[in-house]
Design a protein around this ligand. Structure first.
Ligand SMILES: [Zn+2]
Ligand SMILES: [Zn+2]
Length: 349
């Protein structure tokens, strides 16, 4: 029997199709990376990239030299640029604006490593601290209303470079998906005076059937209305509206949690392509137009990481309706990932 499930935040419907129930072995594919003969992201090739914005140095040196552990550069083919003056205009009945923003690449390791699951937790921690520093800095520019940090791993997830990296795109607007979340979170808060994400965490901790793993500060689970097989949420267990307000000790626990979860995916699904998206508060700097707009965001929004293995393709029904058909119930996905070591033993018999 299939079941229709509604995501409590976005009100998006998902069809959990148990008849088509797919096990991890159905998805196991050979991970495919695009390999280039020359990698400009590797240490020693700093002169082959645009000049760095910042770097975590391991030895004293001028910028754009070897001796770093994490390095941030402008994207060579930026979709947004900060040099443009911000302009809004109409084209007949249509609205448009200039592509004012920023597009940065975070090179996550000096060596040619591909999957962040294979990093030491200390290195993942450095990456998280750099992302926090970059978003903090970008939010000083009042024109930039939001910054989206994301990662594409594997060709199926849109990665054009196999060397482990993330990107940050800062925009002069709040993108639709975030806006839908912000408005839903605000209206839940107005009605119940509680954070909807905290409510979801509480519920997941009661049933535990969708939980994958947990540490002192973070929880990972397969969302009730997962759109895709093995979709995961990693979220701080105590309320926190903005990633950039997270202290460094907590980011270390986040690094441990991310490594744990990505290792489970790697083992259970044979190193699949995936996307990771950071959902966090937009730039809440007050602006003249609507000064009270962010008055409750500190209480109503809750940042998290969305992890999306790219195992299935979106087809006509999904495009046309905004519904999703998910052949793997999140309870089954979570159970496989909880027992991933056991599963690995079974698989090799
Ligand atoms: Zn490389
Ligand atoms: Zn919360």
């Amino acid at each position: 029997m299939s079941e229709l499930r509604k995501d409590p935040l976005t009100n998006r419907w998902v069809i959990i199709s148990q008849k088509r129930s797919a096990r991890p072995s159905d998805f196991r594919v050979d991970s495919i990376h695009k390999e280039h003969s020359f990698c400009p992201f590797c240490e020693g090739h700093e002169d082959k990239t645009p000049n760095e914005i910042m770097a975590v140095r391991t030895q004293e040196a001028e910028a754009n030299n070897s001796g770093w552990s994490v390095r941030v550069i402008p994207n060579k083919f930026p979709v947004m640029e900060s040099e443009h003056e911000l302009q809004r205009y109409g084209i007949g009945m249509y609205d448009a604006m200039s592509g004012t923003g920023a597009h940065e690449v975070i090179i996550e390791h000096p060596q040619h490593k591909m999957n962040i699951a294979d990093f030491e937790p200390e290195q993942i921690h450095r990456v998280f601290k750099v992302i926090k520093a970059r978003i903090t800095d970008l939010y000083k520019d009042e024109r930039l209303r939001s910054a989206i940090a994301f990662k594409n791993y594997g060709i199926a997830a849109g990665a054009s470079m196999s060397h482990s990296h993330s990107q940050i795109i800062a925009l002069p607007v709040v993108p639709r998906n975030l806006k839908v979340e912000l408005e839903a979170a605000m209206s839940h808060y107005k009605y119940k005076e509680r954070c909807i994400f905290c409510d979801v965490i509480k519920q997941e901790l009661i049933t535990r059937e969708r939980i994958v793993s947990e540490n002192d500060q973070y929880l990972s689970f397969a969302p009730f209305a997962s759109r895709f097989p093995f979709e995961l949420t990693v979220i701080p267990k105590t309320h926190s509206y903005s990633y950039i307000k997270t202290d460094d000790a907590s980011l270390y626990n986040l690094a441990l949690m991310l490594k744990d979860v990505l290792t489970r995916l790697k083992v259970a699904l044979n190193d699949p392509a995936y996307n990771i998206i950071l959902h966090t508060a937009p730039n809440t700097t007050k602006r003249p137009g609507n000064p009270s707009y962010w008055s409750s965001i500190e209480f109503d929004y809750h940042w998290y990481l969305e992890i999306m293995p790219r195992l299935t393709k979106v087809a006509g029904f999904e495009w046309g309706t905004g519904f999703y058909i998910n052949p793997t119930p999140p309870e089954e996905a979570a159970s496989f990932l909880r027992d991933y070591d056991k599963y690995m033993v079974m698989d090799h018999k």
